[in-house]
Structures are given as C-alpha cells and as structure tokens.
Design a protein around this ligand. Structure first.
Ligand code: TRP
Ligand code: SF4
Length: 400
C-alpha cells in the first residue's frame, strides 16, 4: 500500500572512521540504489545524553554529513536531512507520548544499560526515558518500513512496531468500519472476494503469514478499488482498523565487526581508529606501527595470524591470494611484519582515494553541503507533513 522506504539516522558524532564505513555507510550506499532512502542526522538524540554539552552538536553534524557524502552517499538518490529541521518529528513524538505506557519505555533494554554505562551523567530525565519513542516517531513519520540498524537497536524497532500497532488500534477505527469493509470486499468481484475471505481467515485464525502476503498481492492487483476501500481492505485483513502508521522492520546489517588498530572493535573511545579521510602519511604510520603477534619478537620468529590484529584487517581488505601469502609467510617467518602490512596500507589508501576526491568538492564549496541539506529537509518535511495530516485527522484534531 505504501511504497517501500528505508530510513536510518545517526547521532552527530563528527568525523566518521573506517568502522562506520564498513559497518554502516557501505550498507546505506547499497540500499540507496534499491529503495527510496532517507538518512538523517539525529541531533535531538544527541541531546538525550549530552544535554549539558550542546556547543559542538551542529559542527559534528556538518562534519558527519561531509563524510557521508565522501563515502558515496549520493544526494541524488537518497534524501539527507537534519532531524531538528523537521519539527514534525517532535509533534508526532508528543502525540505518541500520550498513549505510550511508561512500562514499555522502562523495559527497553538499552534504558538501564545506558544508564549504568553512563553513570557519571544524570540520565534520570524525561527526555532520556523517552528516547526510544523519539526514535519511533522518526521512523513512523515517514512510514518507513525498513530500518537498517545494528543489533543493539533491534529492540527499538520492535518497540516502534508496538507503538504503531497501538496507535492504529486506538485511532484507526472509523465509524461503521466493519460494514464499509464488507462492502469493499464485495467490490472485489465474487472470485476475488471469496479468495480474500479465505486468506483473511487463514491469517486471522491460523496466523499464516503467507496467506497475508497473498492477500496483499491480491489487493495490489485489484485495480478498480478506490484508495479508501483499498486501505480498509488492508486494515480488515489484520484487524478491524485502518493502518495509519506503518510497522517497520529492522534490516539487520550483518555486523561487519571492523577491527581497530589494536584488534578491538574500531571505536573513537578506544582511540584505535583510522578516519575516513585520514591523510596518507598518517594511515601509513598508523598501520606500520600496529601491534602484531606479541610472540613474534624477532624477524626470524614464526608468528600466528590468529593472534595478530593485522590479520583481522587482512580479512576485511585482502584477496584470498594475499591472505594465503600472509598465512604462509607469517607461520614460516618467510615475511616480516612490515612487509605483511604493505598490501593493507595500499588497500586502505585505495579505498580512501575516491573519498578524498569527493570530499574535496564539498570542502572547496561548503555551500553545496548546505544546499543538499536544505533540499533534503524540504523533501523530508513534505513527507512528514502528509503523515501528520493523517495522524491529526485520525485523532480528531484536524479542525476542518
Ligand atoms: N538511535 C540511533 C542510534 O543511536 C539513531 C537513530 C535515531 C535512528 N533515530 C533513528 C536509527 C531512527 C534508525 C532509525 O544509533
Ligand atoms: Fe601479524 Fe603479519 Fe606479522 Fe604475522 S606477519 S605477526 S600476520 S603482521
């Protein structure tokens, strides 16, 4: 009924590193070719934990956007915007907050986790508790059905689905829905109507998901239905209401665990990163001085790639052939560590080359970035306003 749409957001963390590239951005770049995509800077989310240091949020946002563009996120394919420039997110968040049970928020696993992890901060705030609901509003306001996220965020998507379901249940009922739906079924024509009825029963009584899918396909094909009737028949399949907000699904990115320079996960807080646009000299130096298998003290000592963080980077960057060369050369002390690192340095520099080139365009003319975002915010707002119109109408707050 609603076109497939991908949405994802990132907190404004400033410069991106290769972990962001391999873990998130590469995936976005693939998705932008397959679906309409919306990618945004979640600056209000930064406030939920960093309300006491807001001065750098905007600057970090711009830096992050330049890195998205450098990585190959393409503004002619995806819509890029900043959350706080689309204030409709806040309006939906407020409306949803009225019907969201406190218990649901308290039970979101990241709530207690984060609170403990960030114990030095006072996070006993209203905004921090409501943060998953703000995320839900981010998603639901675009009726996005696909949300690429890491594993830690999956409970937030599940929570979003529950909120959407509750909203549709509370406000998706129009007077006389049942009768109107039955009339709409008749309009399908007797053959289709019968099949629709059977599929609906199979789904409702036995929970057969493929029956639901078939029924969706049947409705997609039924050309002559009015928009209203089509909506009703979609709603009637799953319950007794209209689907105003769309339940999203998490697109779990198989976590390419990008190792940092020390073999731990690459992360700014570990200080083991290579930034997306790090200059060649610094990349060379960082990799050249990387820790290797501690047992391999002298050049003549054989080593074990399994105990070496350099090997983990080869897993990401090197061909089978190079990897075999590493395995053999390392275990037999046939190659030295510095030698082993050369193809890696070359691979990272090669990966970064087009990023430097793309970034240069935006560094030369920062107004370009401003324009891309202004454009994206405008597009996002249009979509958000459409949903808000339906939401207000469903709640009876449209004052027409
Ligand atoms: N909560 C996400 C994070 O911390 C960022 C985010 C905010 C997000 N709103 C979103 C991600 C909506 C996906 C969809 O990483
Ligand atoms: Fe690590 Fe390569 Fe040295 Fe072996 S040869 S210890 S894999 S850097």
């Amino acid at each position: 009924m609603y076109a497939e749409k991908v949405l994802s957001g990132m907190r404004p963390t400033g410069r991106m590193h290769l972990g962001h590239y391999h873990g998130v951005l590469k995936n976005w770049i693939r998705l932008q070719q397959e679906y309409p995509c919306l990618f945004f800077v979640a600056d209000w989310h930064a406030l939920t934990t960093n309300y006491d240091e807001t001065a750098s949020i905007a600057e970090s946002g711009w830096e992050m956007i330049v890195d998205w563009l450098a990585a190959g996120v393409d503004p002619s394919q995806a819509t890029l915007f900043i959350q706080s420039r689309v204030p409709e997110h806040a309006e939906l968040h407020l409306m949803l907050s009225m019907m969201t049970p406190l218990g649901w928020l308290e039970r979101v696993p990241t709530y207690k986790d984060q609170m403990e992890k960030l114990a030095h901060k006072d996070l006993a705030t209203y905004g921090f508790l409501g943060y998953p609901l703000l995320q839900a509003a981010d998603i639901l306001i675009y009726r996005a059905d696909k949300v690429p996220v890491g594993e830690d965020q999956v409970p937030h998507i599940e929570f979003t689905r529950e909120v959407a379901r509750r909203f549709n249940h509370l406000y998706g009922r129009e007077p006389g829905f049942e009768d109107k739906a039955k009339l709409a079924v008749k309009k399908l024509g007797s053959k289709r109507a019968k099949l629709y009825g059977e599929l609906r029963t199979r789904f409702q009584e036995r929970g057969e998901e493929d029956a639901l899918e078939q029924a969706h396909a049947l409705l997609d094909e039924a050309q002559s239905l009015s928009h209203g009737d089509r909506e009703r028949l979609f709603g009637y399949l799953e319950g007794s209401g209209k689907m105003i907000l769309v339940e999203p699904e998490a697109l779990l990115t198989e976590a390419a665990r990008m190792p940092g320079l020390d073999g731990q996960k690459m992360s700014k807080s570990y200080g083991n990163t290579i930034s997306l646009r790090e200059d060649a000299g610094s990349v060379t130096k960082k990799i050249s001085t990387m820790q290797t298998d501690p047992q391999r003290v002298r050049r003549s000592d054989p080593g074990d790639p399994a105990k070496c963080p350099v090997w983990q980077l080869h897993v990401i960057y090197s061909s089978d052939e190079v990897r075999q060369w590493v395995q053999k050369g390392c275990k037999s002390a046939g190659i030295g560590c510095l030698e082993c690192k050369q193809p890696l340095i070359a691979a990272v520099l090669k990966e970064q080359e087009p990023m430097h080139e793309r970034a240069q365009i935006y560094l030369d003319d920062p107004q370009l970035v401003r324009n891309i975002i202004a454009d994206g915010c405008e597009k996002a707002r249009k979509l958000a306003q459409e949903t808000m119109r339906d939401v207000r109408e469903a709640m009876g707050l449209d004052y027409t």
